[in-house]
Design a protein around this ligand. Structure first.
Ligand code: PLP
Length: 390
């Protein structure tokens, strides 16, 4: 069965052009870029090129790019660095809807005596900057807020938030793992101090990430040892993967505008048709500014896991809004923070598109999902009661 892959916020296919770029760096050009000989030197040149390509996508300077192993490492490194830079400050501001890469770290720190403020979101997943202004004080070391939410695609007003942080003398970090490559970012005209991205969300391999650190921003390394990455991240570089990430950033830079329009049109059509064909649906974050590729749709009186299994039987890959990985049937922390009613949160499905999504695939989902929902609602006592009222 050929898959219809609509789970691109979880991970993306490596673009074949990206794979071709990295291929020689395993068995042929395997030198260590730090070596003095020509064999390492030629790899170093490609590492420099990759750094420049990532920088170009972000509107940054090459020396502001620090390669890491993943988005999670970048997030952890940014938070730890801020606390080491300001040892006297004991307060961090974040939001209730962050990825666990940020939230778990913050919650662990709260057990070690740090004060953590988790900002609320409204029913559309939007942040209230007045709450940030009220929470920030001279004790705040770091404000860390995600650029765009992985579950709903809701985009936060990051530039305004960064300015508020700067005015109070706090550092500002954004987890832009879901934003990079999908919407334009320009660090040259930004107040952001640090930004995380992850290769596998933009058609590069898993296990490579970047922490952008603005020139002049004080920084303390998370991994210490060798002098790689100008002393900001020790460890021999994952050369093949970072070269791949450079290529992926170049492709995103060149094609983003046209892909953004095409992907948004497909997402909007999917949203329109599904809400027209399936009664009692709501779009999580539908009233907010959102990433062009993400659709989180809540369907009352059905279980997300049931929908995913039946979709999977048809070859359609999506994901649910439940914390199913933890074995619990609790709705996700994001949907709970938005106050999505329990009956809807359970039946929330996320479709996330990519440059490889086709109109024919969207047609298939529009054809297959409505009868799946009808079948599940017919089977559930709540659903029957609900349908009885139709
Ligand atoms: N932050 C966000 C918003 C994410 O969506 C993810 C991955 O799902 C991460 C961080 C973690 O990135 P990585 O898988 O590269 O550690």
């Amino acid at each position: 069965m050929k898959e219809i892959y609509l789970d691109n916020n979880a991970t993306t296919k490596v673009d074949e052009r990206v794979f071709e770029e990295m291929r020689p760096y395993f068995c042929e050009l395997y030198g260590n870029p730090s070596s003095m000989h020509f064999f390492g030197g030629q790899v170093q040149k490609k590492v420099d090129e990759a750094r420049s390509r990532v920088a170009a996508l972000l509107g940054a300077l090459p020396d502001e790019i620090v390669f890491t192993a993943c988005g999670t490492e970048s997030d952890n490194a940014a938070i730890r660095s801020a606390l080491e830079v300001f040892p006297e400050k004991r307060h961090i501001i974040t939001s209730r809807v962050e990825h666990p890469a940020v939230l778990t770290q913050c919650r662990n720190l709260s057990k070690r005596g740090y004060r953590i403020t988790e900002l609320n979101v409204d029913s559309e997943g939007r942040l209230d900057l007045e709450e940030l202004k009220a929470a920030i004080d001279n004790d705040t070391a770091l404000v860390t807020l995600m650029y765009a939410n992985n579950e709903t695609g809701v985009i936060f007003p990051i530039e305004e938030a960064a300015k508020i942080a700067k005015e109070k003398g706090a550092l500002f970090h954004t987890d832009a793992v879901q934003a990079v490559g999908k919407i334009p970012l320009n660090m040259a005209e930004s107040a952001i101090d640090m930004l995380s991205l992850s290769g596998h969300k933009l058609h590069a391999p898993k296990g490579i990430g970047v922490l952008y650190v603005r020139r002049g921003t004080p920084f303390r390394p998370f991994l210490v040892g060798g002098h790689q990455e100008r002393g900001r991240r020790a460890g021999t570089e994952n050369t093949a993967s970072l070269i791949a990430l450079g290529k992926a950033c170049e492709l995103a830079h060149v094609h983003m505008e046209e892909e953004r329009v095409r992907v948004r049109e497909m997402r909007d059509r999917l949203e329109r048709e599904l809400t027209a064909l399936i009664p009692n649906t709501r779009i999580n974050g539908g009233g907010a500014d959102r990433l062009p590729n993400t659709l989180s749709i809540a369907m009352e009186f059905v279980e997300g896991e049931g929908i995913l299994l039946l979709l999977s039987e048809k070859g359609i890959c999506a994901s649910s809004g439940s914390a199913c990985t933890s074995g619990s049937l609790e709705p996700s922390h994001v949907l709970r923070a938005m106050g999505v009613p329990f009956t809807c949160a359970h039946g929330s499905i996320r479709f996330s598109l990519s440059r490889f999504t086709t109109d024919a695939e969207i047609d298939t989902v529009i054809r297959e999902l409505p009868p799946i929902i009808k079948r599940l609602r017919d089977m559930s006592p709540f659903g029957r009661e609900f349908l009885g009222k139709q």
